[in-house]
Design a protein around this ligand. Structure first.
Ligand code: SF4
Length: 281
């Protein structure tokens, strides 16, 4: 797709219009030859064998470990980003190593034999801004009989999510707030995130959702009612993690969320959802 000599990126609702050589808002994609391509393909910034509960996933192979991989870039600008050191930077601002999908999948398989790894999780930065790499790795992982896990802000266009969904065994998607007003603050689309959760769930992927509670922003009864109600409209069986905010990034001077607030909201969300867990408490 192109518009007045600029390529239009179809991956997320921002639809960046880029002249050749320009990089998108996410810092991960760039225009080349009239197309927007995945600029962070195979560029690995973080790689670690994590407990599955850290994703967080509470009801998918509990007690197991998963090789977790991340690159750079994100299509949102949450002032409270807990992972800003890699999500809010691009190439040239941080170190990366290059790896092919088959190499990562072979490493995941070896770690499966040696250390109980169950698969590969795409996480740390926003994976879907580099969805082609996620797709290719997930296909390699599945060929080796391992699990693919997506940890995402969910703010992507429908065709991208539909391509990825059949390759994912589990996902944790952030539903950061109750409405588009909240997403106007972080720079995303509430409707796109809800649609992503629904597509993954309908594709048979095990989905859990996370809401980070920011004092004064999404810590009211009305806010948690709206979040829990929207998830319940897809399925009341989808687990929700209500997690505690710690001061980071542009909100480094804020107070952490009181534990009592998180626990109150957990109880409130349980009116609509079968599985609600506190996080970071
Ligand atoms: S994925 Fe990146 S380049 Fe594409 S529209 Fe979103 S922010 Fe822009």
């Amino acid at each position: 797709m192109s518009e007045a000599g600029r390529a239009v990126c179809p991956v997320c609702p921002r639809h960046c219009r880029l002249a050749d050589g320009e990089t998108g808002f996410c810092r991960a994609r760039r225009a080349e030859g009239g197309r927007v391509v995945c600029g962070n393909y195979g560029r690995i910034v973080s790689l670690a064998l994590d407990p599955i509960e850290k994703k967080p996933l509470a009801f998918f192979h509990p007690g197991s470990k998963i090789l977790s991989v991340g690159s750079y870039g994100c299509n949102l600008r949450c002032p409270f980003c807990q992972n800003h050191s890699i999500s809010q930077h691009g190439a040239g601002e941080l170190d990366f190593k290059e790896a092919a999908p088959a190499e990562l999948a072979d490493l995941a398989l070896r770690l499966g034999r040696e250390r109980g790894n169950i698969g590969l999780a795409f996480t740390y930065n926003e994976p879907l801004v580099g969805w082609e790499f996620v797709r290719d790795c997930a296909a390699e992982i599945r060929r080796r009989g391992l699990c693919g896990v997506l940890v995402s802000n969910g703010c992507a266009e429908e065709p991208v999510v539909k391509d990825i969904a059949p390759l994912m065994d589990a996902a944790n998607i952030d539903l950061k707030g109750p409405s588009q007003d909240f997403y106007d603050w972080t720079g995303g689309s509430h409707a796109a995130v809800c649609r992503t959760i629904e597509i993954l769930h309908r594709a048979g992927c095990h989905v859990e959702v996370t809401t980070l509670v920011i004092p004064g922003r999404n810590d009211s009864d009305d806010a948690i009612d709206a979040v829990a109600g929207r998830i319940a409209a897809i399925s009341a069986e989808i687990p929700l993690h209500v997690t505690r905010f710690f001061p980071r990034f542009l909100m480094a001077g804020a107070e952490p969320t009181p534990v009592a607030t998180v626990l109150r909201l957990v109880e409130r969300a349980r009116r609509k959802l079968a599985h609600v867990l506190p996080g970071n408490c």
